[in-house]
Design a protein around this ligand. Structure first.
Ligand SMILES: *Cc1c(COP(=O)(O)O)cnc(C)c1O
Length: 428
C-alpha cells in the first residue's frame, strides 16, 4: 500500500488513543523498525525518543527477542491458564519473583498495565474482605499520578492531570494527597511527609491500600521525588496496617537507574504492578505480584479464591519474549548504560533551561524531561520534531525522552539537539 492509501483507510476506520473521530491530527505510517529507528512508509527515518511509550528497551526487531517468539510459536502460541500450565509461564514467574523486591513471590499475569492495576486494587480489597474488615474500601493515591485508563485505575489517577476528570462523577472517590514536594536529590525534611501522614491517620479505618508510582511519577506529571518519602510511606503503611501498592509499570526494568524504583528506598511493597517494558515492547503483557501476607489472607477468605482471570493471562508467546527481554537486560550492563544516558541527558538538556518557553529541566535515569510553561499543540510540535528526524511525543506541557537503552551517543545527541532547536522556536 502507498502511504496515502494507508492514511485514507486509517482516517476512515482507526480510532487513535486520546483522539477524536475523524482524527484532526496527522498520523505517520511506519513500515518497519530496527534498533532505535522508525522507518516511515514515505521513506523518512526517525530516532524513537519514547521507546513506544517506554516499552522498547532493547530496540526494535531484536534478533534474540525475535528468536524467542519464533521458537515458542512452533510449540504453542496460546493456551488457557485455567487448569493448565507451561514452561514459559513458570520460568517467567520465577524470574520476576527473583528480581523484584523481597517478599513478592506470587505472580498474577494479565494483558495490560491498566488491568494489572485493577488486579492490584482488587487484591487489596479482597484482602480486607477476607479479614472481615469490610469498611476498608478506599485507596490513598498521590496527585500527579497516573495508573491507567480502566475504571478503578482511573479513580486513582490525578483528578486533573490524569486525563480522566470527565468521569469524576462515575468514579469511586478516593483520597488524594498532594504530590511529594521533595525532589529526588533534595535534602529531606519531615515536613514533606506531613500531609500524607495526616491523611493516612485521619482515614486509616477506610483505607485498603496506598497506591503510588515509586520515585518517578510519569504520565501524570513526570515528577521525581525523594526515596525518603517512599521509605516514610512504607513505615506509615506498616504503622497503620495499610497495604502498599507500587505501580512500577513505567519505572520497572531499569528506567530510573535501579532495576525497580522501590530499590532507591530499599523497600518492598505488598503488591507491585509491572507492564510496559516487561516484554521489551514486543507484546501487551503485565503482571501483578504480591507477598505471602496478601495471598494467604485472600485464600483464607469466604470466596476461597482470588476472583479474576483474563482469557489471555500468561500467554506463552508473551512469556517467552518477556523472559528473553528480561534476561537480556539483567545479564547485560544495563545499569552502566542507564547511568551513561542519565549523565548525557543531564548535560545536553540543561541548556534548554535558558529558553523562554521552558519552566524546568529534570533527569532521572533514562528519563529526561523539559517542562514548558504552557501546554503545546501536539500536532504542530510533532511535525517540527519530525523535521529534526526524531520521534518525540509530548504530554501536555511535558516534552520528555525515554529512549531505548541501546541508543548511541550520536543518536541521543540528535534527540537532545532536536528538542533544543524546536523548543527554542516556541514563544514563552
Ligand atoms: C502506562 C501506565 C499504566 C497503564 O498501562 P496500559 O498498558 O497502558 O494499560 C499504568 N500505570 C503506569 C504507571 C503507567 O505508566
Amino acid at each position: 500500500m502507498t502511504p496515502e492509501e494507508i492514511i485514507a483507510l486509517d482516517q476512515a476506520h482507526v480510532w487513535h488513543p486520546y483522539a477524536a473521530f475523524p482524527n484532526p491530527s496527522p498520523v505517520y505510517p511506519v513500515s518497519h523498525a530496527e534498533g532505535v529507528y522508525l522507518h516511515l512508509s514515505d521513506g523518512h527515518t526517525l530516532i524513537d525518543g519514547t521507546s513506544s511509550w517506554w516499552s522498547v528497551l532493547h530496540g526494535y526487531n531484536h534478533p534474540e527477542l525475535n528468536r524467542a517468539i519464533e521458537e515458542q510459536l512452533h510449540k504453542v502460541s496460546h493456551v488457557m491458564l485455567g487448569g493448565i500450565t507451561h514452561e514459559p509461564v513458570v520460568k517467567l514467574a520465577k524470574l520476576l519473583a527473583d528480581i523484584t523486591p523481597e517478599g513478592l513471590n506470587k505472580v498474577f499475569f494479565s494483558d495490560s498495565g491498566s488491568v494489572a492495576v485493577e488486579v492490584a486494587m482488587k487484591m487489596a480489597l479482597q484482602y480486607w474482605f477476607s479479614s472481615g474488615q469490610h469498611q476498608k474500601t478506599r485507596f490513598l493515591a498521590l496527585r500527579a499520578g497516573y495508573h491507567g485508563d480502566t475504571f478503578a485505575a482511573m479513580s486513582v489517577c490525578d483528578p486533573f492531570t490524569g486525563m480522566h476528570h470527565l468521569f469524576t462523577q462515575t468514579l469511586q472517590h478516593q483520597i488524594f494527597c498532594e504530590p511529594p514536594a521533595c525532589g529526588f536529590d533534595e535534602e529531606w525534611d519531615e515536613i514533606h511527609i506531613a500531609s500524607f501522614s495526616q491523611l493516612i491517620q485521619r482515614h486509616r479505618q477506610k483505607i485498603a491500600a496506598v497506591i503510588l508510582e515509586p520515585i518517578a511519577q510519569n504520565a501524570g506529571g513526570m515528577r521525581f521525588y525523594s526515596p525518603h518519602y517512599l521509605r516514610r510511606v512504607r513505615e506509615l503503611c506498616d504503622a497503620h496496617d495499610i497495604l502498599l501498592i507500587a505501580d512500577e509499570i513505567a519505572t520497572g526494568f531499569g528506567r530510573t537507574g535501579k532495576l525497580f524504583a522501590c530499590e532507591h528506598a530499599g523497600i518492598s511493597p505488598d503488591i507491585m504492578c509491572v507492564g510496559k517494558a516487561l516484554t521489551g515492547g514486543y507484546m501487551g503483557m503485565a503482571a501483578t505480584l504480591c507477598n505471602d501476607k496478601v495471598s494467604d489472607e485472600i485464600s483464607r477468605g469466604d470466596a476461597g479464591a482470588f476472583m479474576h482471570g483474563p482469557t489471555f493471562m500468561g500467554n506463552p508467546l508473551a512469556c517467552s519474549v518477556a523472559l528473553a527481554s528480561t534476561r537480556l537486560l539483567i545479564e547485560g550492563d544495563w545499569q552502566k548504560r542507564v547511568l551513561h544516558i542519565e549523565a548525557f541527558l543531564k548535560a545536553e538538556l540543561e541548556p534548554c533551561r535558558e529558553l523562554p518557553a521552558v519552566a524546568d529541566v529534570r533527569v532521572l535515569g533514562a528519563i529526561g524531561v523539559v517542562e514548558l510553561h504552557n501546554a503545546i499543540d501536539i500536532a504542530s510540535i510533532q511535525a517540527a520534531f519530525i523535521k529534526q528526524g526524531i520521534w518525540v511525543r509530548p504530554i501536555g506541557k511535558l516534552i520528555y525522552l525515554m529512549p531505548p537503552f541501546i541508543i548511541s551517543d550520536a543518536e541521543l545527541h540528535q534527540l537532545t539537539r532536536g528538542i533544543y532547536t524546536v523548543v527554542s522556536e516556541l514563544d514563552s
